[in-house]
Design a protein around this ligand. Structure first.
Ligand SMILES: Nc1ncnc2c1ncn2[C@@H]1O[C@H](COP(=O)(O)OP(=O)(O)O)[C@@H](O)[C@H]1O
Ligand SMILES: CC(=O)OP(=O)(O)O
Ligand SMILES: [Mg+2]
Length: 425
């Protein structure tokens, strides 16, 4: 076991890899970066060292393996290579953990098989996560590789929120239930919001709106998730960049029977050609707001549909929680789009929800409250840091296992019965 204090976190997406190297002694981000457009003729690696200038490399990255090797070289050039004895673990974001993985887990061959088995319920995400794990294992086979699951935080949802109202036997046989995603972000942001309010997370009720490319809402009560908008797959819920969110399941039958589309075509339609992109051709909120401002009707409708769905979830989770202490916006759109925050909360004064236009327009990377002081519900913007949360959880697990091994070694030497390894697999 290494004495290292650093964790490399990999968040491998379908065509990108985000990474961060974090020192757990002080939480310092030693380096971070992003490889984009993997598999395309022209890719891009943006690397940001702890000190010094961020720099870009434009070149083709034919696959995830090439991308991760380039990341390893960037880190090595700064003396932060993957061969460093200071690395304690590599933490991986894994999107779907199914029923089984509700805790951070050291990745064995068997764990990897289970993550692979879950590909059909996270087709955009789990395959990339697996590639990241496989490449990292070949680069550092001796290091613990830890999976932190997007679904884990939502495992606390009560059955009545997690169940679909369908035949129980069919649901059980195929493990059809609502799992929820972006859990690492919802967990991190809900806690950070409690801190921002100067309150104990165990006391506060928060509605978290994670609005990135994928988007989800959650209702968090006393630090535990009680409902979330994504379901069996990351398709349910809010209107997203390219995903439809909530839809009548009858649309699928209709498109198949009457429209003649195959199931795979409908899958592609709802996951990749719907949401904002489906409504107006663009999936970047910046571009949509610009077009809407210029009077483009499709962009205007896309924006309004996005906001309408968001408001339905705010209202729904208000009722689920009964009392709301804070509504918090996070991820690319939530952190940056003041117009989305203003529109999502407009006219809700009767519910104690109000946003101060001046506070809302401040641009900073710091967690902040944007509601007036007198408002009953605090409205906040809290930048998410999934990578830091993954690093914390991976490091804590590796340490716990090391301590348990040491204790069991000591008890064997003293002749006392050994404790179990406490592995979470
Ligand atoms: N200044 C901005 N204004 C509005 N939207 C923004 C801004 N910056 C980023 N975004 C939106 O954030 C999205 C990406 O969010 P992010 O959380 O990085 O997504 P993901 O992690 O899912 O890739 C982009 O698609 C873009 O629409
Ligand atoms: C689960 C999910 O939607 O993730 P992302 O936002 O990274 O696509
Ligand atoms: Mg994200």
């Amino acid at each position: 076991m290494s004495e290292g204090t650093r964790v490399l976190v990999l968040n491998a997406g379908s065509s990108s890899v985000k990474y961060q190297l974090i020192d757990m002694l002080d939480g310092a981000h030693l380096a971070s970066g992003l490889v984009e457009r993997i598999g395309e003729p022209s890719g891009r690696l943006v690397h940001t060292p702890h000190t010094g200038e961020r720099h870009e490399t434009v070149q083709a990255f034919p696959d995830h393996s090439a991308a991760l090797k380039a990341v390893a070289e960037e880190l090595a050039a700064e003396g932060l290579g993957l061969d460093s004895p200071e690395l304690a673990a590599i933490g991986h974001r894994v999107v779907h953990g199914g029923m089984r993985f509700t805790e951070p887990t050291v990745i064995t061959d068997e764990v990897l098989r289970e993550i692979r088995r879950l590909i059909p319920v996270a087709p955009l995400h789990n395959p990339a996560n697996i590639t990241g794990i496989e490449v990292a294992r070949t680069l550092r086979p001796d290091l613990p590789q830890v999976a932190v699951f997007d679904t884990a935080f939502h495992a606390s949802m009560p059955e009545y929120a997690a169940r679909y109202a369908i035949d129980k036997a069919v649901a059980d046989e195929h493990r059809v239930r609502r799992y929820g995603f972006h859990g690492t972000s919802h967990q991190y942001v809900s806690r950070a919001t409690a801190r921002l309010l100067g309150r104990d997370p165990a006391e506060v009720n928060v509605i978290v709106l994670h609005l990135g490319n994928g988007a989800s809402a959650s209702a968090v009560s006393g630090g535990r998730c009680v409902d979330t908008s994504m379901g069996l797959t990351p398709l349910e819920g809010l209107v997203m960049g390219t995903r439809s969110g909530d839809i009548d399941a009858g649309v699928v039958f209709h498109l198949h029977r009457v429209g003649g589309l195959s199931i795979d075509e409908i899958d592609d339609l709802l996951n990749r050609r719907s949401g904002l992109r489906g409504l107006c051709g663009d999936n970047d909120m910046r571009e949509i707001m610009r077009r809407a401002e210029e009077g483009d009707a499709d962009a205007g409708l896309a924006f309004d549909s996005y906001i309408h769905r968001l408001r339905k979830y705010i209202g729904g989770y208000y009722a689920v929680l009964g009392r709301v202490d804070a509504i918090v916006f996070t991820a690319g759109v939530g952190e940056n789009a003041a117009a989305v925050r203003a529109a999502a909360t407009a006219g809700l004064e009767e519910l104690g929800i109000e946003v101060d236009p001046e506070l809302n327009s401040v641009r900073t990377g710091e967690p902040r409250i944007i509601s007036p002081e007198y408002a009953r519900v605090a409205v906040a913007v809290v930048p998410t840091d999934e990578e830091l949360e993954i690093a914390r959880q991976a490091f804590a697990l590796v340490h716990r296992q090391q301590r348990e091994r040491e204790e069991s070694g000591a008890s064997k030497e003293s002749g006392a019965p050994a404790k179990s390894s406490g592995s979470t697999d």
